[in-house]
Write a protein that binds this ligand. Sequence first.
Ligand SMILES: NC(=O)c1ccc[n+]([C@@H]2O[C@H](COP(=O)([O-])OP(=O)(O)OC[C@H]3O[C@@H](n4cnc5c(N)ncnc54)[C@H](O)[C@@H]3O)[C@@H](O)[C@H]2O)c1
Length: 272
Amino acid sequence: MTHQLLQHKRGVIFGVLDRDSLAWAVARQCKDEGAALVLTNTETSLRLGPVLELAAEVEAPFIPADATNIDDLRRLWQEAQQHLGGPIDFVLHAVAQSDNIRRHRAYEEASHSYLMHTLDVSALSLHKLLQTAMEADALSEGASVVTLTYIASEQAMANYSDMGDAKALLESIARNFGRAYGERKGVRINCVSQSPTPTRAARQCESMDRFRHYVNALAPLGNADAESCAKVCTMLFSDYTPHVTMQTIYNDGGFAHTGLTDRVVKENAFGI
Ligand SMILES: NC(=O)c1ccc[n+]([C@@H]2O[C@H](COP(=O)([O-])OP(=O)(O)OC[C@H]3O[C@@H](n4cnc5c(N)ncnc54)[C@H](O)[C@@H]3O)[C@@H](O)[C@H]2O)c1
């Protein structure tokens, strides 16, 4: 069921890699809700997943850009506005990479050069994206920017290595740029804190399936899937959240605010 919540809106979606990507669920939902889209990702992504096939499905051009590269981002804003015929009304930032996680290096053993890369790709890219958009005046009055985060920004999580630090920085950038861009042009910037979801990035974490099972048992509503994430993003992109900004919205079935559930204690979800 769709409500045409994004009719006449223009959006840029970062991070569609394959059919499991959270950004893919968001792109599909936005298209169904009436938006015109541009998809962007690295050149490398074209070799890793069926990105162009997915772009064709939502009738969006693909404009390559490395989200850590200022020149790429400047070109992206220019070409996206040309293609869409005006300023951008919403942006999804769904960008992350940790070589420490990929190489199974625990937090306490993290390589510092990998850590710098993790912070650049997974957090500073949001600052770069927003700074270049502001410089080019690429976003419309009251536009909405959403980035995807995880509860490890606030709670220590096993198997998440340096990404907890990256998510803490990401959320801080969303708040600080939310203040600046809000005052400048009414732009809203929010984070959606998503349940663990089986994507290419998430599968790089060790024991991901057991981890998801554990979190699912601890969340009163269970884990949220990618389609659920897409609905929350759509709400934030729509005109129904005009004064919501600088927030972290938990799309996690209640996990972030739960100590124990009956599922764990009485139903013995872990077979203890
Ligand atoms: N899957 C989960 O459990 C989960 C939970 C909470 C938050 N998130 C966040 O959601 C976002 C999307 O991840 P996903 O889980 O859909 O995995 P994914 O692997 O589908 O997406 C990650 C994307 O980041 C892109 N990327 C990496 N380096 C880039 C760069 N330099 N420039 C531009 N793009 C780059 C990749 O190409 C890929 O499209 C990430 O920020 C992730 O941390 C995921």
